[in-house]
Write a protein that binds this ligand. Structure first.
Ligand code: FAD
Length: 304
C-alpha cells in the first residue's frame, strides 16, 4: 500500500495534512518576512515545518537559530535539514546532538550537493558520512529522531537510472527513514508513475509530494533545470508575457498551483509539503482551497 494515503474524491472527509519548508534568513529584512510568513501559516496546524541547510553547510548557524526559535516561540514541530557535505561525522553528530538538546525530534537527512557546485562530481568529506543512508543511520543511533529523506520522481540528475535512484531510496528506508519528501514536479502523472515504481521496489514509507507554488516562473525554471525536474510547455505558456506583470502572475500562480493540488486530492493524496520560499500568501490560499482553516485557538489569539 502507498503510505501516502488515498481517498476517492474531494468530498471525502479524510483529513488533509500539510507541512511547510522555509529557508534560514540572511538579513534582518528577510528575517521579518520569514517570521510574518510563519505567523500567517502556523494557524493552519502543519504536521511540521522544515528549515533548509545551505549548500556546503553554509547556513549551519542560521538553520540552527531558526529551528531553535521555532521550538522556543511556537507550538510548531520543526524539522531541521542536515547534509553530509563539508563536515566530519563528529561535526555532523555534534549538530544532531545540539538539535536533540534544543528539543528538536525531526531531521531531514540529505547527502547535499557537491561542495564545488551542482554538476561537479560529488566527493564525500574525508571522515564524513559518505551517503545519505549513512547519515540516516547515524542520526537514528544518536537519538529518538523522526527522519525524513528526499525522493526524486524524475530521478536525481546524478542517478544513472530511476532504478538506481530507487535503490538509493530503499537504502535510506533500510537505514530507518520514516518518510520521503519529493523534489517538486509539475506533471502529476509523473508522480503517480513514480509511486508505482516505489511500491514495486517494496518501499513502504510515506512519499509526500513536494509542491512548489510558482511565485516567479524564471526562477522556478532555473531551479528545475538544476534539479532535473521538467517544466512542461503548458506551464511556460501560462506565464508567458507576465515577467513584468506581478498582479496577473500571482493570479496565474494561484490557479496553476490550485489545479495541481486539487488534482492530487482527487486522485487520493492527503499529505502535501509546500516549498514556501518564505512567502505565505500563495501557500495560505492553496491550503484554504484544500479545506484547511485556522485552528480556533489560533484564530481567537490572532483576533484578540
Ligand atoms: P541521495 O538521495 O542520497 O541521492 C540521490 C541520487 O544521487 C541517488 O540516485 C544516488 O544514487 C545518486 N548519488 C548519490 N551520490 C552519488 C555519487 N557519489 N555518484 C553518483 N550518484 C550518486 N540540499 C541542501 O543543500 N540543503 C537542503 O536543506 C536540502 N533540502 C532538500 C529537501 C528535499 C525535500 C529535496 C528533494 C532536496 C533537498 N536538497 C537540499 C537537495 C539535495 O541535497 C541534493 O539533491 C543532493 O544533490 C542530493 O542529496 P540527497 O540526499 O537527495 O541524495
Amino acid at each position: 500500500m502507498y503510505a501516502t494515503s488515498f481517498r476517492p474524491s474531494r468530498e471525502s472527509c479524510r483529513p488533509i495534512r500539510v507541512s511547510f519548508e522555509f529557508f534560514p534568513p540572511k538579513t534582518p529584512e528577510m528575517e521579518t518576512t520569514l517570521w510574518s510568513s510563519i505567523e500567517r501559516l502556523a494557524p493552519l496546524s502543519p504536521s511540521f515545518v522544515s528549515v533548509t541547510y545551505g549548500a556546503g553547510g553554509s547556513t549551519r548557524e542560521r538553520t540552527h537559530n531558526t529551528v531553535s526559535r521555532l521550538v522556543r516561540e511556537t507550538d510548531l514541530k520543526p524539522a531541521a535539514h542536515l547534509t553530509c557535505v563539508a563536515a566530519t561525522k563528529g561535526e555532523v553528530d555534534e549538530v544532531v546532538r545540539a538539535y536533540h538538546e534544543a528539543g528538536v525530534r525531526h531531521i531531514v537527512a540529505l547527502r547535499g550537493d557537491p561542495a564545488d557546485g551542482v554538476g561537479t562530481a560529488y566527493a564525500a568529506h574525508p571522515g564524513g558520512y559518505e551517503r545519505s543512508c549513512d547519515l540516516v543511520a547515524g542520526i537514528k543511533r544518536i537519538g529518538d529522531f523522526e527522519v525524513s529523506v528526499s525522493a526524486y520522481p524524475e530521478r536525481h540528475p546524478e542517478a544513472g537510472s530511476l532504478d538506481q535512484d530507487l535503490d538509493a531510496l530503499k537504502a535510506k528506508v533500510d537505514c530507518g527513514a520514516d518518510r520521503a519528501i519529493t523534489q517538486f514536479f509539475f506533471d502529476n502523472d509523473l508522480f503517480f508513475r513514480y509511486l508505482d515504481r516505489v511500491q514495486a521496489r517494496g518501499i513502504d514509507i510515506p512519499i509526500i509530494p513536494g509542491i512548489l507554488p510558482v511565485q516567479n516562473f524564471k526562477q522556478a525554471a532555473n531551479f528545475a533545470r538544476r534539479t532535473g525536474a521538467s517544466v512542461p510547455d503548458w506551464l511556460a505558456a501560462r506565464f508567458e508575457g507576465l515577467d513584468d506583470d506581478v498582479a496577473t502572475r500571482k493570479l496565474v500562480a494561484a490557479a496553476v498551483a490550485a489545479e495541481q493540488v486539487l488534482d492530487l486530492v482527487d486522485r487520493g493524496v492527503t499529505d502535501f509539503h509546500f516549498y514556501t520560499m518564505n512567502r505565505a500568501d500563495l501557500v495560505y490560499a492553496i491550503c484554504h482551497l484544500l479545506g484547511l482553516r485556522a485552528a480556533p485557538a489560533a484564530a481567537e489569539k490572532a483576533a484578540a
